[in-house]
Design a protein around this ligand. Structure first.
Ligand SMILES: Cc1cc2nc3c(=O)[nH]c(=O)nc-3n(C[C@H](O)[C@H](O)[C@H](O)COP(=O)(O)OP(=O)(O)OC[C@H]3O[C@@H](n4cnc5c(N)ncnc54)[C@H](O)[C@@H]3O)c2cc1C
Length: 531
């Protein structure tokens, strides 16, 4: 057996505190489970949060120069729990909160949401990191992960100012949400599967990057590529694709670009609160497949909402975004009566600019097994093939217990008890979900695994928690007010026995009854409202 005893251990490590990782921590605080996590040793780490890289809590969300796909009240709801009231009290009167409160039923700009999430996260992190047993490392990147039958060995790199920290850690519970990325190969492969290829002169741009650019910069980036003519082609069919059309039409208005083409696989789906609203808007939907049986909403999970909905409706009705005098050509590439593959092929042949808006892959550390062989996680439409806890599986179908992923690029399957439309086969993610259903099963599973460690008499978690707790006096808060950074707790567990009981604990996988007892005792009722 590998000797893990000299590697610093934690009961739980939360890697990445963007909206997904923070949602987990908010949930831990709301349910009172944060103290249990702390008792077993909790480390929160993020590559950002330094003076140079800025505040934590909003991840990339606040950087997108578009409006949200939900109303402001959905974000306010994440902060509304009575258990958060004292911690969040200093937010009262802050402009970032009051602006959203003033107009809670319109969809705010994402930079406004980012500001609110950062301010709320700062308070929650300050509260949590003051608890005995909790550490927070900013400026620390998770680079590699070796997965040993339920235990993760992490290799980290640190910003120079905190370079003295240890670079190897282990944990049985890794909440891993480092955000998402768009790989151009993924777009090319997806087009190839439909018999399509971008032209050789095409440059593939990540929609994610373009959505974060000021309009002037976007214009100067794209216009030179159109010097010799050709089309601008966006690939995708959901919220970010329509937000991209909106932004591009604005950036390229009054230039030689008069038309943008959207290649989309499935029909464009619009969200409506109910059948009457859809009918009033003249929207045709499939009464069997597009209606959520629980809420009666149309295209509840996959439909365009708010600004993207308005843009989508205008384009479907007129083929234009009138405000920018920009024609928008829609070309469906997926099977069905509207499929126009030949036209799609011509468009791509004539497009020096192809913008990728067809989803995300999760950002991952390099993952390997006990023999240092790479582990590849199995993907499904829209994210990872994970279970309700967010435990992903490898390409052989082996579940990776103790890894919890539900953020951008990973997502979770629709929970049938909460409802969705049958036609939606993607993954669900969003801030409200992170703060509620998406992170709760992971939290339950971690608490149950910790309880199982206790029951098995493992002294690992206790000794880690105790050593960290005894180090509490060493906490220091950096100038940003965000980076509560305890001097590295010397939580090396020295006895080999600890490592052995750790390995045993990781083999105890039947937590379902423990989970049930836990949920019952918490009295948690899943709210059925969905953002
Ligand atoms: C264009 C767009 C619009 C969206 N609009 C909405 C919306 O309106 N409403 C909504 O609810 N959701 C929206 N979402 C979905 C989702 O809420 C956001 O994408 C959100 O930012 C995802 O959070 P995350 O924590 O998974 O990732 P991120 O926001 O990317 O955060 C990742 C965190 O991990 C850290 N990190 C990265 N790499 C490392 C590493 N190696 N080591 C340590 N830390 C690391 C980063 O510093 C960051 O703090 C939108 C998504 C997109 C793409």
């Amino acid at each position: 057996m590998k000797d893990l005893s000299r590697i610093t251990g934690y009961g739980c490590i939360v890697a990445g505190v963007g909206p997904a990782g923070m949602g987990f921590l908010f949930n831990a605080l709301k349910t009172g489970q944060i103290t249990t996590l702390a008792r077993h040793g909790l480390l929160i780490l993020d590559a950002g949060g330094t003076h140079a890289s800025g505040k934590l809590g909003a991840g990339r969300l606040g950087e997108y120069r578009i409006t949200a796909n939900s109303v402001g009240d959905v974000f306010l709801d994440c902060l509304r729990d009575p258990a958060l009231a004292d911690v969040l009290a200093p937010l009262e009167g802050e402009p970032c909160l009051e602006r959203i409160r003033a107009d809670p039923y319109s969809s705010p700009r994402l930079d406004e949401i980012g500001e609110l999430l950062e301010a709320a996260s700062a308070l929650v992190l300050a509260h949590i990191t003051a608890l005995p047993g909790v550490e927070m490392w900013c400026g620390t990147s998770l680079d590699t992960l070796q997965y040993l039958d339920g235990t993760s060995i992490l290799t980290l790199s640190h910003e120079p100012e905190v370079a003295q920290r240890t670079s190897r850690l282990r944990t049985e519970n890794l909440v891993l949400n480092l955000g998402g990325q768009q790989c151009p190969e993924q777009l090319t492969q997806s087009l190839n599967r439909q018999g399509l290829t971008p032209s050789r002169r095409a440059r593939i741009y990540s929609g994610d990057e373009l959505l974060r650019m000021p309009l002037g910069q976007l214009r100067s980036l794209l216009l030179p590529r159109l010097r010799r003519g050709g089309r601008v082609c966006v690939v995708g069919g959901s919220h970010s694709a329509f937000s991209m059309l909106d932004v591009l039409a604005d950036a390229l208005r009054n230039t030689r670009v008069k038309e943008i083409t959207l290649l989309h696989r499935s029909p464009i789906r619009l969200f409506f609160e109910n059948a009457e609203e859809a009918r009033a808007a003249g929207y045709h939907y499939d009464a069997e497949r597009d209606v959520c049986p629980i809420s009666g909403r149309i295209n509840r999970s996959g439909g365009l909402r708010y600004r993207a909905l308005a843009i989508g409706q205008e384009i479907l009705a007129t083929g234009r975004i009138e405000e920018c005098a920009m024609n928008i050509q829609l070309v469906q590439t997926g099977p069905g009566s509207a499929q126009r593959l030949e036209l799609a092929s011509e468009v791509l042949a004539d497009a020096p600019i192809v913008v990728q808006c067809n989803g995300y892959q999760p950002i991952l550390p390099t993952i390997s097994d006990a023999h240092h062989q790479p582990i590849t996680l199995r993907e499904v439409n829209g994210g990872l093939d994970s279970d309700a806890n967010g435990n992903p599986c490898d390409i052989h179908g082996q579940r990776l217990a103790g890894l919890y992923m539900f953020g951008l690029g990973a997502g979770l399957a629709v929970d049938p008890t909460l409802g969705s439309e049958a036609s939606f086969d993607g993954r669900i993610y969003g801030v409200w979900q992170f703060h509620n259903h998406a992170s709760l099963p992971a939290l339950h599973a971690i608490i149950a695994r910790n309880a199982s460690d206790d029951a098995l008499g493992s002294d690992t978690a206790h000794s880690v928690g105790q050593v960290i707790a005894s180090d509490r006096g060493m906490a220091s808060v950096s100038g940003s007010g965000m980076t509560s950074d305890k001097t590295s707790a010397n939580s090396v567990v020295s006895e080999k026995a600890s490592a052995e009981s750790l390995a045993q604990a990781s083999e105890a996988e039947d937590f379902s009854s423990a989970l049930k007892v836990l949920s019952d005792s918490l009295g948690l009722q899943q709210k059925s409202r969905m953002a």
